[in-house]
Design a protein around this ligand. Structure first.
Ligand SMILES: CC(C)(COP(=O)(O)OP(=O)(O)OC[C@H]1O[C@@H](n2cnc3c(N)ncnc32)[C@H](O)[C@@H]1OP(=O)(O)O)[C@@H](O)C(=O)NCCC(=O)NCCS
Length: 180
């Protein structure tokens, strides 16, 4: 198998996924308003709504991804089973986790940073023995995200209809269980 040059190049720096905290909320709110994020992420919520979603209520865990000491992206992670509100009603595996992510800085897109970030996060998740599989669900129109996740080790399962509209369900088995 011939590796893509971006996949051959080892990441220059490790990623550090820091749990979202109160001082991060204005930065996250500003990131969500950037056109390259808003196009795929939906309307930016207010700081108060972000606080309610991630800090005071809800079960989704949110992280600011740091690379070379700088905040470069956002990842949210959830237990798939029991998501509620019409999400993933058929899931029966308590070990399934779902992730959604974006890079904050448009100038950093298309350079392999996204795939390195996703790989590093899946690797971190897989340290938890309870985690059996990780899924993500880009829009079928988001060719860049789909290509990125495939390069990070995710396999397309098929198109699904979610409460947010059509999505391509993609899954990755954590490396400790099998090669993705
Ligand atoms: C999705 C995202 C995390 C991917 O990270 P990234 O660092 O840009 O992605 P990578 O560089 O690892 O991979 C992108 C791949 O898509 C390809 N690509 C870019 N635009 C493309 C397009 N319009 N059609 C097809 N492929 C495209 C790139 O060439 C690259 O493929 P390669 O392996 O052949 O070089 C990042 O682009 C992002 O945050 N986008 C905005 C928000 C978003 O879409 N979030 C995801 C919601 S599911």
């Amino acid at each position: 198998m011939t590796l893509h040059p971006k996949d051959r190049k080892p990441p220059m720096h490790a990623f550090d996924f820091r749990p979202l905290a109160e001082p991060d909320l204005p930065m996250l709110h500003a990131w969500l308003q950037r056109p390259h994020v808003a196009r795929w992420w939906g309307p930016a919520e207010s700081v108060d709504e972000l606080r309610e979603d991630f800090l005071t209520g809800g079960t989704t865990q949110a992280f600011i991804a740091h690379h070379a000491g700088e905040p470069v992206g956002f990842i949210q992670c959830y237990v798939v089973m029991g998501s509620g509100d019409g999400w993933w009603a058929d899931e029966t595996d308590p070990g399934a986790r779902g992730i959604d992510q974006f890079l904050a800085h448009e100038s950093q897109l298309n350079q392999g940073l996204g795939r390195a970030m996703v790989r590093a996060f899946v690797q971190q998740l897989s340290a938890d023995a309870a985690v059996t599989v990780v899924q993500t669900d880009p829009s079928p129109d988001n060719a860049r995200a789909i290509r990125c996740y495939a390069a990070a080790g995710f396999t397309a399962v098929g198109e699904v209809v979610t409460p947010d509209g059509p999505a391509l369900l993609m899954r990755c088995r954590p490396p400790r269980l099998s090669a993705c």
